[in-house]
Design a protein around this ligand. Structure first.
Ligand code: NAP
Length: 458
């Protein structure tokens, strides 16, 4: 895959980049290791000041940064601005909370025969982050902000189609005042990730992306006994029960499916309505999906921009064609518009059967499948049918049903009467084929720390 900015709205290659050489990778790794020896001793206050500096740069330059992201991967300019400001918020959040998240944990000294006993969180060293293009700044930031605040140093191998955002990430931390080498971007292709993981100076790896990429990276990390965190795909269910506010559910369902032009791991992808309300929910959902304005992502009137690449567009065409060939009904969308760019319209399909790929595979574009179920048991069974277990959404006013969903949906996250979203204040991650480990909150910052037990004798 070329390392290049190919504008998804036009299909035009705007900039190409050379991969860095093995010698340059060596220089980067040496710099990361050298920087860690001193960076690990910096105080939380110093790191926090630099991190707040990064937040200020993002806030001051939101228009430029958003423009760059929209040009590289096609999200609407409004969404790109929101993403940039969300990153600033995460910088401030970890600047403020890192020290309390990593404070020494007292243990019962008497019980272990010690004068003092406690556990201390310490940074591990240079951590490699392999990141996807769909939230090019946010995915990288939710690794970077906690990792840097913990005293680790970061190495970023970003997706090949967002090189300018990748380069910006390093510039951001350099300009904010972090020591040279605290956060470095490596423009390398995927096959060269293995050598970086295997390098002795790299202590751990986190990957956000597809299952095959996660499996490959985790296997290599396992082979050399290094910690890994995986944030992989999802095919989140969105369940609508009879007591739900159908109008609100249909509006949120549309947002949940179409957010980021449909390219979000936590987008709701499978919509499961109780038969008692299925007709009305279908009518409202199709109405809202059909009303989405697809167009130039730079235009403020646009709801949905293009998909990020020609490959993403082909994937949607193939998934929908497979379902239609096997008997599914298209309620709206389903036809690639004429003209340039990698557009795909909001699409709703019904009559889905287990033989269809869309029943279990992730649709990384604005394609929704709509199911009908007779009751809560059937809803939960269907919700849990895929290999994924990332987010999940259920709409009901019934407290007993809410409790059932919270308990029985096989997912890392459950949102009742809302759509799955990431916040610095809530742990983020999945189970099953959606990965392991958690990002954000105290849990996220601790993933790449050594919890050192300390015992001091009498
Ligand atoms: P992808 O192909 O797996 O790419 C993600 C990153 O991994 C890119 O930097 C890519 O580099 C690299 N990569 C790919 N194959 C690799 C390999 N064998 N070894 C090492 N690195 C490799 O993912 P994608 O299709 O672009 O992104 C969409 C996927 O990410 C979806 O499945 C989505 O659900 C998932 N995702 C998950 C989360 C989450 O938090 N759970 C968030 C966002 C997206 P190149 O670009 O150079 O190939």
């Amino acid at each position: 895959m070329p390392i290049a900015t190919i504008n998804p709205a036009t299909g035009v290659t705007e900039r190409t980049f050379e991969e860095i050489s093995d010698q340059e990778v060596e220089r980067i790794l040496a710099r990361a290791a050298a920087t860690f020896t001193s960076y690990r001793t910096t105080s939380f206050a110093e790191r926090a000041a630099w991190m707040v500096g990064a937040a200020e740069i993002l806030e001051d330059e939101v228009d430029r940064v958003a423009n760059m992201m929209t040009t590289e991967m096609g999200k609407t300019l409004a969404a790109a601005k929101a993403e940039t400001l969300k990153c600033a918020k995460a910088c401030r959040y970890f600047a403020e909370h890192a020290e309390s998240f990593l404070v020494d944990e007292p243990a019962d000294a008497g019980a272990v025969g010690a004068a003092a006993a406690y556990a201390r969180w310490q940074p591990l060293g240079p951590v490699l982050a392999v990141m996807p293009w769909n939230f090019p700044l946010w995915q990288a930031m939710r690794f970077a902000a906690p990792a840097l605040m913990a005293g680790n140093v970061g190495l970023l191998k970003h997706a090949s189609n967002v090189p300018q955002t990748a380069i910006f990430m390093q510039e951001l931390f350099d300009r904010a005042g972090f020591p040279e080498g605290a956060f470095q971007t490596m423009l390398i292709s995927a096959p060269r990730v293995e050598a970086v993981i295997r390098d002795d100076r790299v202590v751990a790896v986190t990957l956000t992306g597809s299952g095959p990429a996660g499996s490959s990276v985790a296997s290599i990390a396992g082979d050399v006994v290094k910690k890994s965190v995986l944030e992989l795909g999802g095919s989140d269910p969105f369940i609508v029960m009879p007591t739900a506010d159908l109008h609100r559910a249909a509006v949120v369902a549309t947002t949940a499916r179409c957010l980021n032009n449909g390219q979000s791991c936590i987008a709701a992808k499978r919509f499961i309505a109780h038969v008692g309300v299925a007709d009305e929910f279908e009518r409202l959902f199709v109405e809202h999906m059909s009303a989405q304005r697809v167009g130039d992502p730079m235009d403020a009137a646009t709801d949905i921009g293009p998909l990020a690449s020609a490959q993403q567009q082909r994937d949607m065409v193939d998934l929908v064609a497979d379902a239609v060939a096997k008997g599914a009904t298209v309620l709206c969308g389903g036809v690639v518009p004429d003209g340039k760019g990698f557009y795909y319209p909001p699409t709703v399909l019904t009559g889905i059967t287990p033989a269809m790929r869309l029943h279990t595979e992730e649709a990384f574009g604005p394609v929704a499948t709509l199911y009908r179920v007779g009751g809560i048991d059937e809803a939960i069974e269907l919700a849990n049918v895929t290999e994924f277990g990332l987010g999940s959404n259920a709409w009901t006013e019934d407290p007993a049903e809410r409790e059932r969903f919270v308990t029985d949906l096989a997912a890392g996250m459950v949102f009742i009467n809302g759509n799955t979203t990431s916040y610095p204040e809530l742990p983020f991650g999945g189970i099953k084929a959606s990965g392991y480990g958690r990002e954000l909150t105290a849990h996220g910052i601790r993933e790449f720390c050594n919890l050192k037990s300390v015992w001091v004798g009498q």
